[in-house]
Design a protein around this ligand. Structure first.
Ligand SMILES: [Zn+2]
Length: 140
């Protein structure tokens, strides 16, 4: 679904649209150019800072990658706590298949990716349901 059709859908359906999943924000062609320029600049700086030291380049890249991931997903400790809270609030049940959640390898699923890992925007799924839903959405 294109952004235009999402927007027109929201206009037509009014308040009802608030309860539906919104498409993730995509970059426009000119924003994509800007993002690629930024990425090229970051790579150039990583090269300069590592001065030919491959292990330093690896460590610098990993640090930047990790911190940017935290910017989007939050720190692992916070997500672990949220997983525990969701397990409790869902009474240990996967909300899509209604089976008991396994002790390990459950997935904290964001209802809308851009809204982040909050109690209101997440649910704890069993691995099987997560894989099925991701496949349906075409992510994997
Ligand atoms: Zn399930």
């Amino acid at each position: 679904m294109s952004m235009e059709s999402v927007l027109s859908f929201m206009e037509v359906s009014g308040g009802e649209a608030k309860n539906r999943r919104m498409a993730n924000r995509n970059l426009s062609p000119s924003e994509l150019v800007t993002a690629n320029e930024l990425l090229a600049e970051i790579r150039k700086q990583l090269d300069q800072l590592s001065r030919g030291d491959e292990t330093l380049l690896w460590a610098l890249r990993r640090k930047v990658f990790k911190e940017l991931t935290y910017d989007e997903r939050g720190k692992p400790m916070k997500r672990r706590k949220l997983k525990g809270a969701k397990r409790k609030s869902q009474c240990g049940i996967c909300p899509t298949c209604s089976e008991p959640l396994p002790e390990k390898y459950c997935v904290l699923d964001r209802i809308e990716a851009m809204k982040g890992y909050t109690p209101e925007n997440t649910r704890l799924l069993c691995k099987k349901c997560d894989t099925r839903l991701q496949t349906e959405k075409g992510y994997k």
